[in-house]
Design a protein around this ligand. Structure first.
Ligand code: AMP
Ligand code: MG
Length: 508
């Protein structure tokens, strides 16, 4: 198996003019050690577990040395944060080491998060703490295993160097991988500076590398904007269907490739609560769970605006115009699969899920209606979203079946019974076989998600006892989220009472 010495670097982003970044050096940390790694992510670089344990590679991923061929830079970007334009952000603590070209010809940018100060650090220390690094590591790899586009996490390297947040903690660096870390904000920065040339240059770079199918078009920019819009709509459908809340959907955290990017105070829904706010700094609920599809749409208008120097306003608004339909269709398809129902039907009114209690105009039993009614019941009864859907896989559609474990999720048993009889009738009408449907639904409804309390237990053990076994266990478990793993039944349960107090903020 190759070692880090065999990596081939092909640094596309660093080969752009330095308008787009600053050349930087990571700030070393003392005595780095490997906390955890992702075998799947290592594989993307053609490396294995032996390679990642090599002290030279650990030193590299701690920011203490660079390998031949690396060309470290910190990217410049701006962004709308909580609705307000911030003219200069940039990688304040992330450093792009270089882009590895793997044996399959794929380019993977290798980025250290928490590598020390850069010209874009503003008041920050350029560091990340172990706690937030574990969350990012676990969630990146869990999202990937769920089939949701995301940046990847190769490993975490820790150091006992103190990092001061609310309390003194220790430093860690996550090595992230992505084809590109370019964000909506990477374009916005030049729009607000009235610099058209870099907008065009960056768009050409992104199109040539990541949207090569557009490269031959005489005017590729509107289609580029359209494809980013479609990918973002698909991503939102996936987040909403799985119950993922990002927490900081600023335009600087929106990937030009439609990847989930920058894991901070994210959270998965436990009890179904459309208005769930996972970031306790988000007092206004701007990034509440049910706002995400609309926020993404708003963010896309900011990207469109930044690309207006390359096209007319009318063209730009046409290019993003399909968002609501594409999101609605993608979301309904995913939800239909989760409920074992055929997709199709009216998507209007399916979203926002804040429609709980608003009532449903549609009287005939349709997929949309059944899903909406179920979501309303889940919200009213504060039923665990993941647990409900997984139990629904075992639904018995025969007349008079009581479906006890599922029914037990609800306080309002009569409400559940009424819904269940409509659902059962619809399934019978469709000729849906319970056995075949169970199998299909289990592939659409994960048993295991990264619940906050699970991450918290792993973090406490890592931080307090230097015991990383729970991080590794959780990582392994979450790489097979759809499989029954009987020895880990407890990891599929609702959060315990103590976990309701966990608060996650931007401080990381
Ligand atoms: P975020 O919302 O966490 O993605 O970060 C927003 C901006 O703040 C980005 O430009 C980050 O690079 C920067 N940032 C966050 N934390 C730090 C830190 N500890 N030191 C320097 N910059 C930071
Ligand atoms: Mg960010």
């Amino acid at each position: 198996m190759p070692s880090h010495r065999d990596l081939t670097f092909d640094n596309g982003f660093a080969a752009l003019p330095d308008t787009f970044y600053s050349r930087v050096q990571a700030t070393p940390v003392p005595d780095p050690y490997l906390v955890c790694h992702s075998p799947d992510a290592l594989d993307l670089l053609g490396l294995d577990a032996d390679a990642i344990r090599h002290p030279e590679l650990i030193e590299t991923l701690a920011g203490n040395r660079v390998l031949p061929g690396m060309d470290p830079v910190a990217a410049l970007y701006a962004g709308h944060q909580f609705g307000h334009y911030v003219p200069q952000l940039g990688d304040g603590r992330a450093i792009l080491l270089g882009e590895v070209r793997n044996a399959a010809g794929e380019g993977w940018e290798v980025q250290l998060k928490g590598a020390g100060r850069t010209p874009y650090s503003r008041g920050g220390d350029g560091r990340a703490v172990l706690r937030s690094s574990i969350r990012e590591f676990l969630c990146s790899e869990a999202m990937h295993a769920l089939g949701i586009p995301t940046t990847r996490a190769l490993c975490i390297v820790g150091s006992d160097r103190p990092v001061y947040r609310e309390d003194a903690e220790t430093a860690a660096l996550v090595t992230r991988l992505a084809p590109s870390f370019v964000r909506f904000g990477s374009f916005e920065v030049f729009y607000y500076r009235n610099q058209v040339e870099p907008i065009k240059h960056l768009a050409d770079y992104v199109i040539a590398r990541y949207y090569p199918e557009l490269a031959t078009l005489a005017d590729p920019y509107p289609e580029f904007l359209r494809l980013v819009t479609l990918r973002t709509a698909e991503l939102m459908a996936q987040w909403q269907a799985v119950g993922f809340s990002h927490g900081v959907m600023n335009t600087d955290n929106m990937s030009i490739l439609g990847l989930t990017l920058d894991y901070g105070p994210f959270g998965f829904l436990d009890a179904f609560d459309p208005g769930y706010i996972c970031n306790h700094s988000d007092t206004g609920g701007r990034y509440a769970f049910d706002q995400q599809p609309d926020v993404a749409a708003w963010n896309i208008t900011k990207l469109a605006q930044a690309l207006v120097p390359l096209m007319s306003v009318e063209t730009a608004s046409g290019a993003i115009g399909e968002y609501p339909q594409v999101f609605g269709k993608a979301y309904l398809e995913r939800m239909a699969a989760k409920f074992g129902l055929p997709p199709g039907g009216d998507t209007s009114g399916l979203y926002p899920q804040g429609a709980a209690g608003r009532g449903c105009k549609d009287t005939k039993v349709s997929t949309t209606t059944l899903i909406m009614e179920a979501l309303q019941l889940l919200a009213q009864n504060r039923v665990d979203y993941t647990l409900f859907l997984r139990r629904l896989c075992d639904f018995d559609s025969s007349t008079g079946a009581s479906n006890t474990p599922l029914r037990d999720c609800f306080l309002d048993r009569a409400g559940f019974d009424a819904w269940a009889s409509r659902y059962a009738a619809a399934l019978r009408q469709l000729g849906s076989s319970d056995v075949a449907r169970r199998q299909a639904m289990r592939a659409a409804n994960p048993k295991y998600i990264l619940r906050n309390h699970l991450a918290e237990i792993a973090i406490r053990r890592a931080a307090d006892e230097r015991d990383y076994s729970e991080v590794n266990r959780l990582h392994a478990l979450l790489t097979r989220p759809f499989d029954e793993q009987p020895e880990y039944e407890a990891y599929a349960a609702e959060p315990p009472d103590w976990a309701r107090k966990i608060e996650v903020s931007c401080s990381s």
